[in-house]
Design a binder for this molecule. Structure first.
Ligand SMILES: [Ca+2]
Length: 154
């Protein structure tokens, strides 16, 4: 799921979307969906769908057009990164296996790892003028592997 906010630090991130996290399953405890995400303040952590929604002016949800087995492996990969710190290096090529992640790197890496590199959610995997070497939330959004199932502008 993706978030867009026109204020603050988010305006520095190239592309429309400022943030992306992965919905990993339903929680009876929270009575809500859970999202794994990497944020500057808290690193890789789990939050609720409701919390995610409150932060943004616009929110979208996409699905990835892959098998359930790959999706499940991607969820497991993302959950396994919980507790790692935030990666501030948007300038180098992102690593799949890293000790720190930024938001879109985490989602990208999860699908790369889950598919043995077959599912690359970065449509510009080398240098691009807009995104440099990074994988940006908007690149994941624009990927041919992903398609929109929900879009809400406040
Ligand atoms: Ca890229």
């Amino acid at each position: 799921m993706f978030g867009h906010d026109s204020s603050g630090l988010a305006s520095l991130i190239p592309g429309y979307w400022d943030h992306v996290g992965m919905i990993v399953g339903w929680s009876d405890y929270y009575n809500d969906w859970l999202v794994v995400e990497a944020e500057p303040s808290t690193g890789v952590h789990v939050t609720t769908f409701s919390t995610f929604l409150t932060r943004y002016e616009t929110v979208a949800i996409e699905r990835v057009a892959v098998s359930d087995a790959i999706k499940e492996a991607a969820v497991q990969f993302a959950l396994a990164q919980v507790g790692k710190s935030y990666n501030w290096d948007f300038f180098s090529k992102p690593k799949v296996y890293d000790d720190k992640y930024y938001c879109s790197q985490l989602v990208w890496a999860a699908y790369m790892a889950a598919s043995n590199g077959q599912v690359n959610l970065d449509p510009n995997p080398s240098w691009s003028w807009e995104y440099g070497y990074a994988v940006a939330p908007t690149e994941v959004y624009d990927s041919n592997w992903t398609y929109v199932v929900y879009y809400n502008g406040i």
